[in-house]
Design a protein around this ligand. Structure first.
Ligand SMILES: Cc1cc2nc3c(=O)[nH]c(=O)nc-3n(C[C@H](O)[C@H](O)[C@H](O)COP(=O)(O)OP(=O)(O)OC[C@H]3O[C@@H](n4cnc5c(N)ncnc54)[C@H](O)[C@@H]3O)c2cc1C
Length: 476
């Protein structure tokens, strides 16, 4: 039996992107807010993210002479996301992104280091905060410290409490296993995605990956708890099988089940070959829409990224175990390349092929053709359209073949909400007292992105939908 304890005007589940922005707006309006977080620290996946936010029509874009507007961005968004995108939510987000995110965060003390152009965008829109996701969430956390918000860490919400058809609280378990009941006038679930839950990824990625293995690439708290709780309650879920994947993940050899993925970057001169040792894609396009789709189309959906000894010195692994104070830990990275069962090695290409189980003649041909093209001074690879400027040939032993599998990063589907973040039942009615924001709600509304995202369209809508939920609870 849970011990009944604390009450608050609003209970927020999750101290990540959506939970934090909602807490700020609610507390600034005078509401008594209690945030319950399963992990020991603030920030959620947002704090380990790249931090990029898609914003259309910001002051920074104007300063840099970049022509952009919410209308133009909406056209790109819908063209990229397809019919699966939620147009009403996308429009609401884009019209609000400059005032409600860029200006709001800048006033909070956020500094921006640049604006990148990502696939599918006709203008650069990926606003990069100083210090990436960590820096962004640090600024947000500093701001929360100026407000009387209450935080309970190591407190994992496991269920909702209902009274007369209205959600009036939650049941949470602490790390010591003690269950506690919290009550509130409203509850906001902002518990993030499920890409750190092997069962859920296996189930929902089955269509995209045709039953083959997909690596886990979500944040540590992305366990899908909110989904499980809402499923039990009978909420409506939508587009759950659209998972935004990246093609440059390799199994983490320290993970017993080899299901967690490590993301490898800094390999701009690699070539990718499939199990037949044939190239199949323009390796310059490594995003979720192009790179992941090309990888998923292979049989089996995996490939080998081929690099040489010189390129090995530039490999970066996006994981704290391979970094020292934010810089690449070369010793740890070299150890990974030398010892991972998912990396093949060879002092000759034939040896490499043998180690990777690839056809040696075809692999030698693929590398020789690529090197010859670079030596010829050609600007573009005639096979796949890859720009060749500044690429290095693959010629310095030892050679490495790193096994790449699709890596599940972001959930583009989730629980359906209305435009005020109220959780909906399959019949379209709202569940009283209950709101959902962030990746649990496919970033916002259930499926704001659709089939593909312009990038920065996960963190941005997650931060924004937390604010929308807060306004709705405040009756604004
Ligand atoms: C490595 C990486 C890089 C990324 N980079 C970008 C990027 O550059 N741009 C972009 O747009 N998107 C990016 N994303 C996606 C983006 O970070 C997420 O979509 C966003 O953080 C989701 O926000 P959220 O508030 O829904 O969830 P989160 O920020 O994950 O917060 C959810 C919180 O809820 C907590 N929680 C979960 N279950 C419970 C429970 N039962 N009880 C209590 N608390 C619970 C979690 O521990 C977590 O702290 C990236 C994702 C990853 C993994």
């Amino acid at each position: 039996m849970p011990q009944s304890r604390t009450t608050a005007d609003v209970l927020i589940v999750g101290a990540g992107a959506a939970g934090a922005t909602a807490a700020i707006d609610l507390a600034e309006a005078g509401a008594d807010v209690l945030v319950l977080e399963a992990l020991p620290a603030f920030g959620g996946t947002a704090a380990v993210s790249g931090g990029g936010i898609c914003i259309a029509g910001s002051a920074l874009q104007q300063q840099r002479g970049l022509d952009d507007s919410p209308d133009k961005a909406l056209e790109d968004w819908l063209a990229f996301g397809g019919q699966e995108a939620d147009e009403a939510w996308a429009e609401l987000y884009l019209r609000s992104s400059a005032p409600d995110l860029f200006d709001w965060l800048t006033n909070m003390g956020m500094e921006w280091t640049g604006i990148n152009q990502q696939e599918g965008n006709r203008s650069p829109r990926w606003h990069a905060p100083k210090g990436s996701g960590h820096g962004l969430m640090q600024v947000v956390e500093n701001h929360t410290r100026t407000l009387p918000i209450r935080w309970e860490y190591n407190t994992r919400v496991v269920d909702l409490v209902q009274t007369g058809g209205r959600v009036t609280g939650v049941v949470a378990e602490r790390t010591d296993g003690i269950a506690t009941e919290f009550s509130g006038d409203n509850v906001l679930l902002a518990s993030g995605g499920f890409n750190n839950n092997a069962d859920m990824v296996r189930t929902y990625a089955a269509k995209q990956a045709r039953g083959h293995k997909v690596l886990l690439g979500g944040g540590r708290g992305a366990t899908g708890d909110g989904h499980t709780i809402l499923e039990r309650l009978g909420a409506e879920f939508t587009h759950m099988d659209i998972i935004w994947m990246y093609p440059y993940g390799t199994p983490d050899p320290t993970d017993q089940n080899a299901v967690r993925g490590l993301v490898l970057r800094g390999m701009d001169s690699d070539i990718w070959v499939n199990q037949r040792a044939e190239r199949f894609h323009n390796e310059a396009l490594r995003g979720g829409a192009s790179g992941a789709s090309a990888l998923l189309a292979q049989d089996p959906p995996q490939c080998w990224a081929i690099i040489d000894g010189k390129m090995a010195q530039r490999v970066v692994v996006s994981d704290p175990a391979y970094q020292v104070r934010g810089a690449p830990n070369r010793e740890a990275i070299q150890h990974l390349l030398d010892s991972s069962p998912y990396v093949a090695r060879g002092t000759t290409v034939a040896e490499l092929a043998d180690s990777a189980g690839l056809d040696a003649t075809r692999l030698e041909q693929a590398i020789a053709q690529h090197n010859a093209l670079l030596a010829s001074g050609a600007e573009v690879d005639p096979l796949y359209g890859r720009p060749l400027a500044r690429l290095d040939p693959i010629e310095m032993p030892p050679y490495y073949a790193i096994q790449f599998l699709p890596l599940a990063r972001k959930n583009f589907g989730g629980v359906r909400t209305d435009l005020e973040c109220r959780v909906l039942r399959p019949d379209g009615s709202a569940i009283d007292g209950l709101f959902a924001a962030g990746e649990l709600a496919g970033m916002a509304g259930g499926h704001i992105n659709g089939r593909a995202g312009l990038e920065g369209t996960m963190l941005g809508p997650s931060l924004f939908s937390g604010r929308v939920a807060a306004r709705a609870m405040l009756g604004e």
